[in-house]
Design a binder for this molecule. Structure first.
Ligand SMILES: *Cc1c(COP(=O)(O)O)cnc(C)c1O
Length: 352
């Protein structure tokens, strides 16, 4: 029997959001925070055109896409590092700091990939409990030790949907030593409407140790193609570029991401629709008597505790897949109006 690393026995497995369906075929997937919209025709066309070149390796430096991202934000191309989804960029970040004794600090509960990636990289996780549904940035600052190499701040936080405000985040960053890398995971940035929630790109500019993670998976609707990126200062971005597996970002992902940036107005208009639905869903839940944290993302969070799995099962009966975190709560993505109505009906029927 081959010997494997011990950590593989204790590592949590990543649980992807599942789909469910009723016997008569109703199925609403609100479990993975995906875009509910079909890909734009212009993006599908770019992918079809790109398919004609797949006998060739992709551009390993993804130069066109890197330049398009740099131009969009007005940052130097050297500050951009790509990966096969921002989860992979996060994994690359762990590769850049992972060595015996290294620690990473993040809130818990937060994005479930963090503990997995830390374990894989041999980095010790220091999980700082949320305060209510929010990051406890004071406690996170206090958790920094000489071994801390990296801190993740998921803003807005997956799965609790809450966002850290500018003043508190700046005060926190002022307390973090410059030798510690702070990663602002902004997978849901396009859904943020509260102006007090800072754009990480404004914070990274004067801070050498701050970087921002973004993705094409959520607002841009390319979850199936796997492309995300980091924006950070040259040493950070360069370190991340060194850890990429050659050709990780495939050709179709590159061309689709470029086409999506070209169709940004159309895509952001869809984001606006989701934001309107988000308000409608949250108000309806509040009217039903639920406690729902304010959300700046494309999902809502219900802290159901021991009833979480029962709630997910009740939603499944209506064809609605939600993402349960057993013993804690359920995360429910905002879908199209029909899906949201199906979810609201299931929620209304469930005892508060
Ligand atoms: C969905 C999500 C990501 C993005 O994942 P991709 O690998 O880009 O699809 C990153 N961070 C958080 C917090 C997320 O919820």
């Amino acid at each position: 029997m081959p010997r494997f690393r011990q950590i593989l026995d204790t590592m949590p497995a990543y649980k992807p959001g599942k789909a469910v369906a009723t016997p008569d075929g109703r199925s609403y997937k609100l479990s993975s925070n995906e875009s509910p919209y079909d890909p734009l025709p212009s993006v599908v066309e770019a992918i079809a055109e790109g398919a004609r070149q797949i006998n060739r390796y992709p551009d390993p430096g993804a130069i066109k896409l890197t330049e398009a991202i740099a131009a969009k934000y007005g940052v130097p191309a050297e500050h951009v590092a790509l990966g096969a989804g921002s989860v992979t960029v996060a994994q690359q970040l762990f590769e850049t700091v992972g060595e015996p004794g290294a620690e990473v600090v993040y809130a818990w509960r937060s994005f479930e990939a963090y503990p997995l990636l830390a374990d894989l990289a041999g980095v010790r996780s220091v999980m700082v409990p949320l305060k209510g549904e929010d990051h406890d940035l004071d406690a996170m600052a206090e958790a920094i030790t000489d071994d801390t190499r990296m801190i993740f701040v998921c803003n807005p936080n997956n799965p609790t949907s809450t966002a850290v405000r500018r003043a508190e985040l700046e005060a926190f960053l002022d307390r973090v030593p410059e030798r510690v890398l702070v990663v602002l995971d902004e997978a849901y940035r396009e859904y943020v409407r509260d102006e007090d929630v800072p754009d990480g790109l404004d914070l990274y500019r004067d801070r050498q140790n701050v970087c921002v993670l973004r993705t094409f998976s959520k607002a841009y609707g390319l979850a199936g193609l796997r492309v995300g990126y980091l924006i950070g200062h040259e040493p950070v971005a360069a370190a991340v570029r060194k850890t990429i597996i050659p050709f990780a970002v495939n050709h179709l992902a590159q061309v689709a991401a470029i086409a999506s940036l070209q169709a940004e107005d159309e895509l952001l208009e869809r984001v606006d629709r989701v934001v309107k639905e988000r308000a409608r869903v949250r108000e309806a839940l509040l009217a039903q008597g639920w406690t729902v944290p304010p959300t700046e993302a494309n999902f809502v969070w219900l802290r159901l505790g021991e009833r979480t799995l029962d709630f997910a099962a009740a939603c499944a009966v209506e064809g609605v897949a939600v993402r349960p975190f057993p013993g804690e709560g359920a995360r429910v993505s905002i879908g199209d109006p029909e899906a949201n109505d199906a979810f609201l009906a299931a929620a209304a029927a469930f005892p508060r």
